[in-house]
Design a protein around this ligand. Structure first.
Ligand code: PMV
Length: 315
């Protein structure tokens, strides 16, 4: 039997702008996806006792195809990551399944190989994806993605003429509250909306540049553990994302409420609904405020721990 677990992630700076060559930063969180894989003595592959089916297990099917696994397997999964909350649940599933399969097959377990395969699986299932989620789930800690190669470079990912350089970033221990609006908001239409604005307007281009500058500034503050400075940058980043048109009245309400007890707050991920994130040392109060405003709160901490093959007791 092989066991593998992986963390979810939150994007703290740079979403959307990252699609125009600006950097973005994501942090691994202390909520994980767990899986156990054994060779099966039945003639079908099962997931939690049910027959494997592309309709329900699209990421797992694609992982098995990627590694050309033909044997029947018994796959058990358990997740602490609610899907559709901006916490990177599909990336965590993909990375953990690939890790457990490679371990079972006795193959190379380098982070780079797993992160690259996981990106390719996510891309194939979703039709598009940036590698930020899968690389963070593999490496843990914090990841910076950019077009340029910079200090603390980990690996390069290329697809359809696009290049992402993945870098390690040092971070202090951070406490966040994610507030999910409950408004379902798929990423592609929002990416498209920003693209139209960007193509027509120099103003939109300036906003994207400004977001890039915020991300660059955040590296120094992360290193110095300057939570107040980081909170201010989160507020600014949120303002710029709102101007780009990717906020939502429910996001605005949760962000406003959370700021009363936080260093700063912003939407996280694609926006248009989805989730916001607050950086705070008063997580219970933020969570209460988010609940009061109709959102679903998740108190999270940053984690060093990326992909792991040790038992669940270690997670
Ligand atoms: O909603 P999420 O967590 O998948 O984040 C989307 C982030 C974007 O920058 C809007 C798109 C991307 O692929 O980077």
């Amino acid at each position: 039997m092989t066991y593998c677990s992986t963390p979810g992630k939150v994007i703290i700076f740079g979403e959307h702008a990252v699609l125009y060559g600006e950097p973005a930063i994501a942090v691994a969180i202390n909520r994980r996806f767990h899986c156990d894989i054994t060779e099966s003595n039945r003639d079908i592959t099962t997931v939690n006792g049910y027959p494997l089916a592309r309709r329900y297990h699209s990421y797992i099917v694609e992982c098995l195809n990627k590694l050309e696994v033909e044997d029947e397997l018994e796959i058990k999964t358990e997740t602490e990551l609610a899907s559709g909350t901006g916490m990177g649940s599909s990336a965590a599933i993909t990375v953990a399944i690939l890790g457990a399969l490679r371990k079972l097959l006795g193959e190379d377990l380098s982070e780079e190989t797993i992160a690259k395969d996981a990106f390719s699986v996510e891309f194939d299932v979703q039709g598009n994806a940036s590698p930020i989620d899968t690389s963070t789930s593999t490496h843990g800690k914090a990841i910076m993605v950019s077009e340029k190669k910079e200090k603390n470079f980990l690996w390069k990912i290329e697809r359809e003429g696009r290049i992402w350089n993945i870098h390690h970033r040092d971070i202090p221990d951070l406490t966040f509250v994610v507030g999910n609006t409950g408004v379902h908001s798929p990423t592609p239409p929002l990416v498209e909306k920003v693209r139209k604005f960007y193509e027509r307007s120099n103003f939109a281009k300036e906003i994207i540049d400004d977001i890039g500058e915020i991300v660059e500034e955040s590296y120094i503050l992360l290193k110095e553990d300057d939570l107040e400075g980081l909170g201010e940058l989160m507020d600014k980043n949120h303002g710029l994302l709102s101007i780009l048109g990717v906020s939502h009245p429910k996001l605005e309400s949760l962000v406003k409420g959370a700021r009363k007890y936080s260093y700063g707050a912003k939407l996280t991920g694609a926006g248009g609904g989805g989730s916001m994130i607050a950086l705070t040392d008063r997580p219970e109060e933020v969570a209460k405020e988010i609940k009061k405003r109709g959102g679903k709160p998740y108190i999270l901490k940053s984690t060093e721990r990326g992909i792991s093959y040790e038992g669940k007791d270690h997670d």
